[in-house]
Design a protein around this ligand. Structure first.
Ligand code: NAD
Ligand code: TDX
Length: 343
């Protein structure tokens, strides 16, 4: 079987293709990635050149390129991870989010139609549901929760979800959608909360917590997400949406304190800074459908996952140091340079 993984040089895509090559050693895995700022070929060093693996640098928005790729490879399964994925960047400049997340998904869907691809899976996010109030811990997102995206990023992901489901109904494209909570683990780009805090703490730099720090996220170790997608591909029903969640809600401030503790760094590094515009208060996923219908459960506890993640960033300093010393420095200055510390 040939599995086409888009966005495989990014955080979750790379973890997914490592997972897949191990779990399904007879399969051919083809990775297509544009290598934007978030894509990193060095992440794939362990598999580049390995038989049964092919990397192609291409933009999923390029219809000609995608058609050529589908003609050559005739994938049995397409898993679409390729996206602009950072909320703060989408607030700063939404256009590329619409381009890649919506138009790119459309280009892939049309290639799937043309080459009658047997299976398409769209990797989406819990952010399409908007947020939940902090004072209602009883509420969680189900697959029936209305879409109510808050940021240009989540709006673009919601648009893509609707397009995938429309292609499924109108053209009979066998597609599924998964909506996952916040992931963490190895190879996550240091603009995201956990790796940013680890990298800053290791450099004794301030740890910028937005607003009150009371916003809540539901954390899932990346490997559990990868296994959930595998389960959906094996046993999921086309046309269905599946929520994936870690069942581990935490306030951001508690998480940052936990990272300080794990690294033996003082909490005095924590600096409250101006809030994110439109900042979602709380995400909490009900993944009962995936658990009951398909038998998936998260396997890595948060305790184990955060320890492994911190260890990985300690043992792979050159991976993230190269990023934080390169063009990412300009991004950091732009995003955090003018953000007044509030304490
Ligand atoms: P990431 O930003 O680390 O990686 C995205 C990858 O896509 C990069 O390698 C980038 O080069 C590539 N890419 C971007 N634009 C492209 C284009 N036009 N053509 C080809 N490749 C392109 O993102 P991630 O955190 O690994 O997220 C992967 C997917 O999972 C995204 O669709 C995201 O919406 C979704 N998701 C992420 C999380 C999370 O916590 N990180 C949670 C739920 C869902
Ligand atoms: O410097 C920071 N300080 C801070 O307080 C950063 C980068 C973030 N935060 C807060 C904002 C959020 O409440 O931490 C929380 C997590 O922020 P991000 O890591 O940017 O993630 P989030 O906005 O929750 O979105 C993530 O989860 C869903 C991914 O980036 C998305 O791709 C995914 O869809």
């Amino acid at each position: 079987m040939t599995v086409l993984v888009t966005g495989g040089a990014g955080f979750i895509g790379a973890n997914f293709l490592f997972y897949w090559l191990k779990a399904h050693p007879g399969d051919r895995v083809v990775c297509v990635d544009r290598l934007t700022y978030a894509g990193n070929l060095s992440t794939l060093a362990a598999v580049l050149g390995r038989p049964g693996f092919r990397f192609i640098r291409a933009d999923i928005c390029c219809r000609e390129g995608m058609e050529r790729l589908f003609r050559e490879e005739r994938p049995d399964v397409v898993v679409n991870f390729a996206a602009e994925s950072h909320v703060d960047r989408s607030i700063d400049g939404p256009e590329v989010f619409l381009q890649t997340n919506v138009m790119g998904t459309a280009a892939l869907l049309d290639a799937c139609r043309k080459y009658e691809t047997p299976r398409f899976h769209q990797v989406s996010t819990d952010e399409v549901y908007g947020d939940l109030p902090l004072e209602r811990p009883d509420l969680r997102f189900t697959e029936e929760t209305p879409l109510q995206a808050s940021s240009p990023y989540s709006a673009s992901k919601a648009a893509a979800d609707l397009l995938v489901l429309a292609y499924c109904r109108t053209y009979g494209l066998p597609a599924t959608v998964s909506r996952c909570s916040n992931n963490y683990g190895p190879f996550q780009f240091p603009e995201k909360l956990i790796p940013l805090m680890i990298a800053n703490a290791l450099q004794d730099k301030p740890l910028p917590v937005y607003g009150t720090g009371r916003n809540v996220r539901d954390w899932l170790y990346v490997e559990d997400h990868c296994r959930a997608i595998d389960v959906i591909l094996q046993r999921g029903r086309p046309g269905e949406v599946y929520n994936i969640g870690g069942n581990h809600e935490m306030e951001n401030i508690a998480l940052v304190r936990r990272i300080c503790q794990e690294l033996g760094k003082p909490e005095s590094l924590i600096a409250y800074v101006a809030d994110r515009k439109g900042h979602d208060l709380r995400y909490a996923i009900d993944s009962g459908k995936l658990q009951q219908e398909l038998g998936w459960q998260p396997e890595t506890s948060f305790e184990e996952g955060i320890r492994r993640t911190v260890r990985w960033y300690l043992e792979n300093r050159s991976w993230w140091e190269e990023i934080v010393s390169g063009e990412y420095r300009d991004y950091y200055q732009k995003m955090y340079g003018d953000r007044q510390a509030l304490s």
